[in-house]
Design a protein. Structure first.
Length: 71
């Protein structure tokens, strides 16, 4: 449920969103690669995406271990 919420309200707009609004809104954030023409994810969002992927991988591992124990 958490992953779906993250994707719909965060990743979707990061990947497919309105870029100029995002560029203006996140203008004062720490950027690894500065750009005024396209939206390149800032450090906060990179860390957030990494944590989301770690959570997804851990959930998949847990589900696999849990399902093996039921057999």
């Amino acid at each position: 449920m958490w992953f779906i919420t993250q994707f719909l309200f965060h990743w979707y707009y990061t990947i497919f969103g309105l870029y100029q609004g995002k560029i203006d809104y996140f203008a004062d954030t720490i950027k690894l690669i500065p750009s005024n023409t396209i939206y390149i994810t800032d450090l906060y969002h990179i860390i957030l995406h990494v944590l989301t992927l770690i959570s997804l991988i851990n959930m998949a591992i847990y589900c696999d271990i849990f399902n093996r124990g039921k057999r």
